[in-house]
Write a protein that binds this ligand. Structure first.
Ligand code: SF4
Length: 326
């Protein structure tokens, strides 16, 4: 057991200041991932800064869309009428994530900050560049069934495990951040990063920064579907997931956003497939062609080669279910 200090912050500024005073500290909210990581010895913060008292639990309508606080609880956001009516894709993604017990504890900010579930990352007897930079990657030549097919590097082939984040990437959300240098906003698709030669960094947060919320802009998506393929329907991380949001004018696609989960170190937007589909009819043939374009840069690592066949079927299927042509 490691010793650590525990404090509660009463404002965002107090939380940021508390971390600045102890850079090896960590913020804790629901704790649904961090406590596991501490128990397994993957991380050992010397200070836990409890942020549950911060006024960041809102789900509120703004002139531009919806503002969700970083401490809003996953199950409450999922069931919120504003979300269900305006962003059904997000509601579906939440419902597909984790278990009811975890959804009742987990926060929106924590969901974004959760770490990969690569088994080598959690096993401190094994090499892992993400846990211990320079130690190697156990998964590259090891058991990599759950791992990435897009955007991986020779340092890390892990995937981001969130469902919520896949929907937020498809919905063009923006992340609100506070830190020692003030407040800033970044596009959701720029929040998580690819592993490149620094797999220890999951995201683009700067030192001492905290997520304060997520803004989702209004949209005219009238067809939405979140498809999640996993080993157990009750509770499992995605082998592959697809968030599909379309704005249809009768049977013609005016706009479409597609993101995948379970396939990369970050939610993976399929911009080439999106461009191809704009102005096209919603047909199986067009969706299959879009899926083919989306898969152009995919690469398997052995045990996960099945994803190369499963992913295009999942993309096609999700688009077909969203548009009701199945
Ligand atoms: Fe670690 Fe990434 Fe390799 Fe998994 S895939 S062992 S997280 S470096």
């Amino acid at each position: 057991m490691i010793n650590f200090e525990y404090i509660r912050a009463s404002s965002v500024k107090a939380a940021v200041d508390a971390l600045a005073k102890n850079p090896t500290g960590k913020f804790i909210a629901g704790g649904t991932n961090l406590i596991d990581l501490m128990k397994r010895g993957v991380t050992a913060p010397t200070r836990l800064i409890d942020i549950n008292d911060l006024p960041l639990k809102q789900v509120e309508e703004t002139t531009d869309g919806i503002n969700i606080g970083a401490l809003a609880i996953n199950s409450e956001v999922s069931e919120n009428e504003l979300i269900k009516n305006n962003f059904p894709l997000l509601s579906m993604a939440f419902a597909a994530g984790a278990s009811a017990q975890l959804r009742n504890m987990a926060t929106v900010g924590g969901n974004m900050m959760q770490r990969t579930r690569c088994s080598y990352f959690y096993d401190t007897t094994m090499p892992c560049n993400k846990r211990q930079p320079g130690s190697g990657c156990g998964a590259l030549q090891g058991h990599n069934r759950m791992h990435a097919i897009f955007g991986a590097s020779d340092k890390c082939i892990a995937v981001h495990p969130s469902d919520m984040c896949v929907a937020l990437a498809a919905l063009n959300a923006t992340v609100s951040i506070s830190g020692p240098k003030g407040n800033r906003k970044i596009p959701f698709t720029d929040f998580h990063r690819l592993p490149e030669d620094k797999p220890e960094l999951d995201n683009t947060l700067q030192k001492g920064e905290i997520i304060t919320g997520v803004l989702i802009p209004k949209n005219n998506f009238n067809k939405n579907h979140y498809l999640k393929i996993r080993d157990r329907a009750s509770y499992a991380f995605a082998l592959i997931s697809v968030a599909a949001a379309l704005e249809m004018d009768v049977d013609t696609i005016k706009k479409v956003n597609i993101a995948m989960g379970g396939v990369a170190h970050k939610p993976w937007r399929m911009t080439e497939a999106e461009k191809f589909l704009v102005g096209k009819k919603a047909t199986r043939e067009n969706f299959s062609k879009a899926a083919e374009l989306a898969m152009k840069s995919a690469k398997g690592y052995g045990h996960n080669n099945f994803k190369l066949k499963m992913a295009p079927i999942a993309i096609t299927e999700s688009l077909m279910i969203a548009t009701g042509i199945v």
